[in-house]
Design a protein around this ligand. Structure first.
Ligand code: URA
Length: 212
């Protein structure tokens, strides 16, 4: 498993504003969108491309274009939805599947309550969107799900990651999966409630408001 922590002043700036407890949801959504677009630049570094002939106004040449099959972007509901536009801005031809997952805030166990994905993901590059890699339980379940459907090349894009979650994900996934985690920052630790410290709080609530 590769972990890329993106070291860029714009990433650090936007992340700091996201962390600020006084940042309003509308600004949070806008900045999360911009931040994901910056992360997507690295996350798509190995996207499938091939040679393509092109006529310029001057001559013809062999350029490079995205090839089939189309990449699959999988936001994990609810908070991953706040990252979808940022990623598809850079990959507009990608298809989008959905996984609905919720964690029990007491046991920290994850339940899948919805999925809308193709049955066959063989040969597809998958980009999983989840803002917080905390305990790792959600991403382990999501990566296993995609793997069962044949995906081998999976990139998880997160805003923040905890060292505990990264270690758990790495230990849990099948080594045949080519797995990359792209994150804006690796924070210090998890607290006793499974929140990332210093973190940014509950990403879903910060994006969309509190739902009881
Ligand atoms: N999920 C969140 O939204 N925030 C955390 O800090 C951990 C998990």
């Amino acid at each position: 498993m590769r972990v890329l922590e993106i070291d860029h002043p714009l990433v650090a700036h936007k992340l700091t504003v996201l962390r600020d407890r006084t940042t309003h949801s509308s600004v949070f959504r806008q900045l999360a969108d911009e931040l994901v677009t910056l992360l997507a630049y690295e996350a798509t570094r190995h996207v499938l491309v091939g040679p393509a002939e092109v006529e310029t106004p001057v001559t013809s040449m062999t350029g490079t274009k995205l090839t089939a099959p189309k990449p699959m972007v999988v936001p994990i509901l609810r908070a991953g939805l706040g990252m979808l536009h940022g990623l598809t801005t850079l990959l507009p031809t990608a298809e989008v599947g959905f996984l609905g997952m919720v964690r029990n805030e007491e046991t920290l166990e994850v339940t899948t309550y919805a999925n809308r994905l193709p049955e066959d993901l063989q040969g597809r590059q998958c980009f999983v969107l989840d803002p917080m890699l905390a305990t790792g339980n959600t991403l382990i379940a999501a990566v296993e799900y995609l793997h069962e459907r044949g995906a081998r090349d999976i990139t998880c894009v997160t805003l923040l990651s905890a060292p505990e979650g990264i270690a758990k994900l790495e230990a849990a996934i099948d080594p045949e999966i080519d797995l990359t985690v792209v994150t804006a920052a690796i924070d210090e630790r998890l607290n006793e409630k499974g929140y990332i410290v210093p973190g940014l709080g509950d990403a879903g609530d910060r994006l969309f408001g509190v739902v009881d």
